[in-house]
Each structure stands twice: as structure tokens, then as C-alpha cells.
Design a protein around this ligand. Structure first.
Ligand code: ADE
Length: 239
């Protein structure tokens, strides 16, 4: 997968996208990215990317021309047309399902805004997806873009060492993850549950599933609303 990031602050991405698993993903050729500063696409002599809003009001609005030209310059790198993602607080709330959806694409273009907002024609004519990473307002779309890149790249084939770890994550299964323990079996008086030491894998799987369900019920009951529970699961929850 190739990801183009359009931003006024390309330097923000360097540390985050070139460390840990995202670095390894690039070394394994699972993923590549390029940042483009759309200020370089301005046609005015002061390289202004924004302007006053028609109709008046506070703040500046990102102009369409530099963003259109920058998107057009990075398009056409793959056989399939790219998804063009706009980071903004009005976007669709981002979640694991959306990350999975993006992970099937060959090419993503992510546009990071700043200031008051975007000229509406960017939304109308260029963008295929608008994404918000939560109900709060950031100073720009860069942190959100990093969240999207990280969550998508880890789903790409060959990126995580342990192939089974991605599907078992919190949210992929629709449930939060069960508790994890490692050695020692007792630490400062706190014991690892006996079942995990039993070697009985059927019992361990059942315990983990119950713990996932319990944790989801306690912390994120909203995730259970559209889920059909088996009789056994209902009995667990009511216990
Ligand atoms: N830009 C500013 N706030 C944002 C948010 N919550 N999500 C995505 N992009 C943003």
C-alpha cells in the first residue's frame, strides 16, 4: 500500500512513521508513504494556502487550488483509483471497521487541514471519505492522519510478526480483549488465574471469551447492542 499525506507540516510525520512496526512495514515493502506540502502548489507569490471566508466571519479557510493541484499530482500511482481521505472533526467517527476497509486499498491520499476549515468544493469534488478521530478539536489533521496510517498499516499482510494477532485485537472481534498475564505466576502476592496455568486449551479459550465479554459489558456496553448473544453468553453476563 502507498499512502500520500498532504500537509503543511511534513516534519511532524518523520519520527512516528519511521519507528517500530511502521518502519518494519516499510522495510518489508508492505507500505510506503510520501508527505507533500501543499504550500508548494500555491500559485500566488506569498505562497498563501488560505483566504478569508465569503460572507465574513472569523478565521481563514483553506483554498481549493493548492489542495486540488497537490491531489492531482499524487494521483495515478496505482491501477486502482485512490481513496481521498479528509481529516476533520465533522467526519465519520473512525473505528476498526474503517481501518479494515482502508487496509484493502492500494493507495490512500490523506489531506490534513489546519485553521478554520476547508473550502467546501474540496469536500464536494475531491474527497471520498471524511474521517474524525474523536469528538474533540485538534489544531490540525496530522495527529489523526498518523492514527489512520498506524491502524491501517498494522493490518497489512506480513506486517505483524504473529499473523494471528491482528484479528484477535479488541474491536476486530467486536469485543474488548481479555486480560493477559506473563511470568511470574505470582507477583507481589497477585496470582495468575489457575486456568491459564492448567494447559487445558479448551478451558483457556472459554475463560478468555468470558473475560472479553465481561470486560465489554462493563466498559463498553454499546459494543454489545448489535450483537446476538448465545444463551451461554447471556447467562454469563447475568451471573
Ligand atoms: N482535525 C481537527 N480535529 C480533528 C479530529 N477530531 N479528527 C480528525 N481531524 C481533525
Amino acid at each position: 500500500m502507498h499512502i500520500d499525506i498532504l500537509t503543511l507540516f511534513p516534519e511532524m510525520f518523520e519520527g512516528v512513521l519511521n519507528a517500530s512496526i511502521l518502519k518494519r512495514a516499510q522495510e518489508r515493502n508492505a507500505f510506503s508513504y510520501q508527505t507533500t506540502n501543499f504550500r508548494e502548489y500555491t500559485l500566488n507569490k506569498h505562497n498563501k494556502v488560505d483566504d478569508y471566508p465569503y460572507g465574513g466571519g472569523a478565521g481563514l479557510v483553506l483554498s481549493p487550488q493548492p489542495i486540488f493541484d497537490a491531489v492531482e499530482a499524487v494521483k495515478g500511482k496505482t491501477d486502482t483509483p485512490p481513496r481521498v481521505v479528509l481529516m476533520c472533526p465533522q467526519g465519520e467517527p473512525y473505528n476498526q471497521r474503517k481501518a479494515e476497509d482502508f487496509s484493502y486499498e492500494e493507495h490512500l491520499i490523506i489531506i490534513c487541514g489546519h485553521y478554520e476549515g476547508f473550502d467546501e468544493r474540496i469536500r464536494q469534488e475531491l474527497v471520498t471519505d471524511e474521517v474524525s478521530i474523536g469528538d474533540y478539536v485538534l489544531t490540525g489533521g496530522e495527529l489523526g492522519a498518523m492514527v489512520v496510517v498506524d491502524s491501517v498499516v498494522r493490518l497489512l499482510p506480513g506486517v505483524l510478526g504473529n499473523e494471528s494477532s491482528a484479528p484477535r485485537d479488541s474491536f476486530s472481534s467486536g469485543l474488548l480483549e481479555h486480560p493477559h498475564y506473563t511470568r511470574p505466576a505470582e507477583f507481589r502476592g497477585a496470582q495468575v488465574p489457575d486456568v491459564l496455568l492448567s494447559g487445558n486449551h479448551a478451558k483457556i479459550d472459554e475463560w478468555r471469551h468470558y473475560q472479553s465479554l465481561k470486560r465489554t459489558y462493563e466498559r463498553r456496553p454499546d459494543l454489545l447492542l448489535n450483537r446476538a448473544l448465545s444463551d451461554k453468553e447471556k447467562a454469563w453476563i447475568q451471573a
